[in-house]
Design a protein around this ligand. Sequence first.
Ligand SMILES: [Zn+2]
Length: 525
Amino acid sequence: MPSPRLIVIGLDGATLDLIRPWAAAGKLPVLASLMQSGTATALRSTLPPVTPVAWSTFLTGAGPGQHGIYSFHRLDHDSYKPQPVHAGHRRLPSFWQSLGAAGLTVGQLNTPFTFPPEELTGFTVSGFDTPAFGPGAAAPTEAYEVALHGEDGYRHGPVPLHPRESYILRLRGQAMGQARMCGRLLDRWPCQVLMTTFCATDHAAHRLWPTGASTTEVAEEGGDLLAAYQVADEAVGQVLEAHAGNDTGVLVLSDHGMGPAEGSINMTRVLADAGLLKLRSRAEDQPAMPPGLRAVRAVRRFFAEGAGRALKPLALRLMPERAKAAVAHTELQSIDWGSTYAFPWGTYGQIQINRAGEWAEGVVEPADERAIRRDVAQAFEELVSPSDGSQVVERVVAAEELYPGERAPGSPDLLLTPEGYRYDVGPRLQRPDAPTVATAQDEGGEWLDVPAIHRLEGTLIATGPAADRVARLADPGLEHMAGVILELAGVGGDSDHTSPPGEAQPYTEEQARQVEQHLEDLGYL
Ligand SMILES: [Zn+2]
């Protein structure tokens, strides 16, 4: 069987900030030798740098505005309820189809956001967004039989953290199983281009990064996170040893980087404090509302209405901290939509303007939208770190700037980009009492959902002809990779992507629940 022309290995969330020192110290021998014989560079992720958005850009060579995946979720305009998305919601086919159209056979195993599986000339086994691993997770269905069965069957999905003492061992078991499965699948469907993605690097970092530790400290201490990277290193070695020939080009890449969560920004509370979002108070349902709370709500209403908004900063400083916390709430349904101008959603800084006529209880008229957007930006951009007074939000960027041209539906109106992506951002609806800005030092990291979060700079390692091609990229970004892969596979420049698929079937309720469970396991929700 001839070797593939190109092998692409995804390492979800792998950062060169750790790979470089560990490779230099001889702790990641496989990656070190690839870097030595080829090239290694940072690979720019998407905005936001979150798994579904980033892998969708990798798969299509297009930005979120074109492929239409903006987050783990999309929002229902009638109920405001978030619904998990999958690859079926993507508006562009993957570059695999262009390879197939050019007569190449391709194989894909476990790359995130590939469910439901596309029909390829070769095989595909869906990744992270697969609700339950079964025949529906693979195309052709026979690939499922090949991938699942046998004495060392493939284990799909995130490895549970507990029991903690055997976590790394189980992580390794899964990765080695996946590497073996590549062999079984290739035996059945020999491929010219093979891709497989290992997720140990991402999942382990979200879970095992010591709270508050800098990247340098983690690089020095190693520990279990190093062990997880060594699992990935060994798995890459297995795949290449078994399937790479002398002329095979190799690309190892990640969808985003990783670093410590230095703090967290409670977006709901920032907007509520600015009078731009109203939470239904529990006290509202009770007959006797404490006078302090009534005053707070009156003040907030004042800010929410025209002229009062200009006075916001000074007066808010006079509002008692505890009263503010008391009006916060735990569920998305607790937002009083009829009095809310802007609201956060998603997991990485997405903000929506509650436009009249677009959302069930929208209140923002076109004439007011500019002022609301300006107020939202101001509310976030003036936030400072409680520990050193530094700015925590770099910018609040408008979708028009972020995703230029005609945008696929579901785009956020604004996206908050934290300084250096060092702060975790999110609605924090389940933690309404969290401070607006908390640092990893506050109460031992009590307010952080995860100790490590995504960075914009992912990893790109290339050897052989792939290294030469990568070296010609001025500012390598995930959106370049589809073109690079097509070129390396000998398929002419611009791929003629087939027409966008029709309206996707949403997950069934049971599937949605299973996917939510995966996300929750990783601390995304
Ligand atoms: Zn990822």
